[in-house]
Design a protein around this ligand. Structure first.
Ligand SMILES: Cc1cc2nc3c(=O)[nH]c(=O)nc-3n(C[C@H](O)[C@H](O)[C@H](O)COP(=O)(O)O)c2cc1C
Length: 220
């Protein structure tokens, strides 16, 4: 049996180099299902409100289902970013570095949208209950009981030479994806996470806007 790959990253390096991987997903290399199992086991160590553990992890490897999810994702991308000028209209003119980074992100996202259906593994994390009618306390508690686990999955994946990218655009076609996967009406999908080995394993911290804009002490 092959030994499962590990990078041996320190905690700070893992936290600062787990990137949204799109162009460097290796679409041709298979992913050992045991790696996905390990990542889910670690993900399930994340906190949940009232210890509810209402999460579900739908792992999609079936060819036809991946292809269809890829189509739904692409359609969502076209709806959201099809009018590129409109998508970029709200970017802050006084922060050219951020504008340039965001334009690169959209280019990269377009690449992923073209290839989503070819990614070897997709994770669709779901949560029991719906927040369609809920106030902020309910929304924060329900989503807060799923999303930390998803990020843990992505960190665990990075440590195992797998790349991931948080995506949500397929949710513009939430019902179609739910029907494809046989999800009950009582759950929500939180994301679509493509998972593949990365081309190379060296990743750097991402550019971020100046934190002095957003860090507040005692008052806003
Ligand atoms: C809630 C959320 C939704 C996102 N949706 C998408 C998406 O639909 N498609 C995509 O390519 N990237 C998506 N991203 C990834 C972001 O574009 C990415 O995290 C951001 O540009 C920063 O890049 P980095 O994670 O490599 O630092 C999403 C990220 C988050 C947190």
């Amino acid at each position: 049996m092959n030994e499962l790959p590990r990078l041996g990253l320190g905690a700070d390096e893992l936290l600062s180099t787990t990137r949204a991987v799109r162009k460097r997903l290796d679409l041709d290399r298979p992913v050992d299902p045991a790696l996905i199992d390990e990542c889910i086991e670690l993900a399930a160590q994340a906190p949940t409100g009232s210890n509810a553990q209402g999460w579900h992890f739908v792992v999609v490897t079936d060819d036809a289902k991946r292809r269809r999810l890829g189509e739904l994702y692409r359609a969502g991308f076209e709806l959201f970013y099809g009018d590129r000028a409109a998508a970029e209209a709200g970017l802050p003119a006084d922060d050219p570095d951020y504008v340039a980074t965001t334009r690169r992100v959209i280019d990269s996202a377009e690449h992923l949208a073209r290839h989503m259906g070819e990614v070897p593994v997709m994770l669709i994390p779901c949560i029991e209950g719906r927040t369609d009618e809920g106030g902020v306390m309910i929304q924060a508690s329900v989503w807060g009981s799923l999303l930390p686990a998803v990020w843990s999955f992505m960190l665990a994946a990075r440590e195992r030479t797998l790349g991931t990218c948080w995506t949500t655009l397929h949710l513009l076609h939430e019902r179609e994806a739910a029907e494809l996967l046989g999800l009950p009406d009582t759950v929500m999908q939180g994301a679509l996470i493509p998972v593949a080995h990365t081309v190379g394993t060296d990743f750097k911290p991402g550019p971020r806007r100046d934190l002095s804009r957003v860090v507040h002490h005692d008052t806003w």
